[in-house]
Design a protein around this ligand. Sequence first.
Ligand code: ATP
Ligand code: MG
Length: 293
Amino acid sequence: MNDQANNLRRMLHMASDGKRGTKVIAVVSGKGGVGKSNFSLNFALQLKNAGKKVILFDLDIGMANADILMGVSSKYTFVDMIEHELSIWDIIEEGPNNLSFIAGGTGLSSMFQLNPRKLSRFLQQLELINGEFDYIIFDMGAGATKDRFNFILSATEVIVVTTPEPTSVTDAYAMLKYIQLKDQNIPVSVLVNRAESNSEGKKTFENLKVVSGQFLQKDISLLGIIPNDPIVLKAVKAQVPFSLYSPDSKPSKAIIKIANDYIGENTFEEKKEPFQMFLNKFKKYFLDKSGGE
Ligand SMILES: Nc1ncnc2c1ncn2[C@@H]1O[C@H](COP(=O)(O)OP(=O)(O)OP(=O)(O)O)[C@@H](O)[C@H]1O
Ligand SMILES: [Mg+2]
């Protein structure tokens, strides 16, 4: 598609999405290493490719690596925004295909002992990007910490990534359970990664859906299935997102379809002011010292 057509598409999307506000999507898992970062990055790229305005926010506290997957060295991280009083616009970097992203950096764990002044500065800066993007994608670290859950529970919607491995599915269930205990209203969908076949992917999802419905009274939907394919590791080694490294590979075709389906059939109930809701919830969770681990 030529630049002019792309710009026009972007403008049309802007017009329709401006009213809805920015949605915050948290990409999570129970078990680590299941493919959250690769999914988040390529999902972000393909949503952008389909005309959406997207920003990827690496929130893998202490182990941030989205910039490594893109082969970009980031100048600032969001630690700098809080510690060195930079504006959010200063820390937004450009990745491949001009994807906007905010790098997590290391040494973030201590960052989250935000004092009220730092917290309000953090929120103030986040507020500046409201309406500037259709989607903010949080690439979360694995496992349960209070800080992580503050972000996850504040999100507009959550994507739980799992592989077909029973250990991964069990941990995905534990994550669903925790979310459900804290907030029954967050829409949750599941991305099955590294499936050996489509039917294995579907079966993995169905098993999770059944236990989630039966024991948690939580209805979950299937976001999509990405096949297990050595091209992903090759792309990681080349530090190029897999959907750009090998656009015709099976995982790339899968992620393109997932992004297009997501835009086309987003069945989640539209929230009026999703970003404001995110900020309000985030503030509430952060100021509430009692919950979480
Ligand atoms: N669809 C896939 N096919 C084959 N290998 C994959 C696939 N997805 C991920 N991998 C492999 O798994 C590794 C880990 O992926 P990734 O870093 O995205 O996981 P993660 O969930 O973000 O990990 P962490 O919990 O440490 O943040 C990749 O480097 C790649 O080797
Ligand atoms: Mg990761």
